[in-house]
Each structure stands twice: as C-alpha cells, then as structure tokens.
Design a protein around this ligand. Structure first.
Ligand SMILES: Cc1cc2nc3c(=O)[nH]c(=O)nc-3n(C[C@H](O)[C@H](O)[C@H](O)COP(=O)(O)O)c2cc1C
Length: 253
C-alpha cells in the first residue's frame, strides 16, 4: 500500500475508468474507512457499489468522463461553512485512502446526473460532492488528458500560496512541503483559493478568494494536503477548524 505522501504525489482526477468492479476485499476496506470517517466527523458519507446489480452506480457527464462507474461515494453533510470544510477534509482523506489502495478517484460537485442516484440526505443537509471510485484506465484517453491539461493551466506557482514577511525559500522546509502538497491537490475548477500564512513561526490557512460556493470544501482539502506534506518533512500536526485557523504542531519542530 502506498504511503499518504505517495498518494498525494500520485493522485490526479481520474475521468476514465476501467469497466470492472472493485475487488471485494478492497471494497470492504473502503466501506470500513467510510464508517470510520463518519464516526469521527459526524458527516454522512455513503458508499454505493453496483457489484450485485451489474449496472453503473451513477451516471457521469459524458462530456467529462469515459467508462462506466460502478462505485462512488456521496459526500453528505450540513449546509453551513463548517460542515463544508469538514466534507473537504474528510473527503480528501477518503480520496487519499482510495489512492493508497491503487484506485482512481475524482471530486465531482456538478458534472454528474443527480437523478441517476438515490442518496439518504438528512434534513438540513445536502450532497456536496460525489466521488467516483474505480480502476483508472492504464492509458488516459486524449480527451480526458486534454481536459486535465486545460484545467491545470491555471495553476499558481508555489510562492503565490504563501503570505509571509519572509521569502518562500526562507520559510521552514515543512511549510514548503505542506504548500507543495496543496498545489498537488484537487480544488474546485482548479481555483486554488487557499493561501498559507507564516508569521512569527505560526502557520495559518485562509480563503483568499471565493470559489463558486466550494471554497470551504477547498479549505478542508488544502488542510489535509498540508498536513500530509508537513508530516513528510517531519512535522506532525493538524489545523484547527475555520477560515484563517492555525496549524497546531504535535511533534517535530
Ligand atoms: C470540490 C471540488 C469539486 C469538483 N467538481 C468537479 C466536477 O464537477 N467535475 C470535474 O470533472 N472535476 C471536478 N473537480 C476536479 C477539479 O477540476 C480538479 O481537482 C482540479 O482541476 C485539479 O486537477 P487534478 O485533481 O487532476 O490534480 C472538483 C474538485 C473539487 C475539489
């Protein structure tokens, strides 16, 4: 199994899946992980697999995706910013875990047919995103390759993620590694709307621009990505919840 850092490096949005089911043992691991994430977060993530029916579990938008999707997770949670951030954080944990297991994933907020699925949504909550999960095709079709290249053209440089009175090269390596992980990570329409502050030795994460209603998803995702990057450089810790919240070091500085 890949490490979390290896998963950060390997993950890309997968929009072309092999038409086969996820192996039973792997699917079981995913199910158990979703339960673990829900127990920890209070969110209502749900995993759907069509191994029994043989029919696709969800209809993706054909303009973006190729191949049928037999397994997906629905990321369900409250409508408030705090829940949206949690969906981002715990959703990215699921994405990285699936990547560690050798599977392809894609965060999808809009390009799927919502009428093709039946999800249990408690009152006051919503489906923030779905995540198709499966085996990526060995060769990415030209169309999906082009889609990704087009979207990723708007990438910012690493230095643009940092807000500090210090230069990028002068901040500690673990902070740079965390930022590197954020850049490698997913964000809605690749907006990359999260910045990292470094002042008086303290690290913060904040939304620097709106992201079409998904900026709090992106905040949670960026926090998870940063944590993995920092840990890879020897500093373990976690962000407190909220926009502008601080990174709490547990070990390593
Ligand atoms: C919250 C969120 C929602 C997204 N929604 C969609 C979507 O509806 N359709 C899609 O094809 N990609 C979607 N993406 C994937 C992004 O376009 C992708 O993560 C970004 O362009 C970076 O590319 P990468 O993930 O391949 O590194 C979404 C990503 C996030 C984080």
């Amino acid at each position: 199994m890949l490490s979390e850092w290896e998963a950060v490096r390997k993950r890309i949005s997968c929009r072309s899946f092999e038409e086969r089911f996820i192996e039973a043992e792997t699917l079981q691991k995913l199910k158990e992980y979703v339960e673990e994430l829900n127990a920890e977060s209070g969110l209502h993530f749900q995993l759907f697999s069509s191994a029994e029916t043989g029919k696709p579990a969800i209809k993706m938008n054909g303009a973006m995706f190729s191949g049928r999707v037999y397994t997906f997770a629905a990321l369900v949670g409250g409508k408030d910013p705090g829940s949206s951030e949690k969906v981002g954080y715990y959703g990215q944990r699921l994405v990285l875990y699936a990547t560690q297991l050798g599977l392809g994933t894609c965060w999808v907020a809009s390009t799927y047919d919502s009428k093709s699925i039946t999800v249990d949504v408690p009152s006051g909550e919503k489906i923030w995103d779905v995540v198709p999960i499966g085996y990526a095709t060995a060769k990415i079709p030209l169309k999906q390759k082009t889609i990704r290249a087009m979207i990723r053209r708007s990438d910012r440089s690493l230095t643009q993620f940092l807000e500090s009175d210090m230069g990028y090269k002068d901040v500690p390596e673990w902070v740079r590694k965390g930022i590197e992980a954020i850049l490698l990570g997913p964000s809605a329409v690749n907006q990359q709307c999260i910045n990292i502050g470094f002042k008086d030795g303290k690290v913060t994460a904040r939304i620097w621009k709106d992201g079409r209603g998904l900026q709090y998803n992106d905040l949670g995702i960026a926090k998870k990505q940063f944590e993995v990057g920092a840990a890879e450089a020897g500093v373990k810790g976690h962000f407190l919840p909220g926009d502008g919240a601080e990174f709490v070091v547990e070990q390593g500085v």
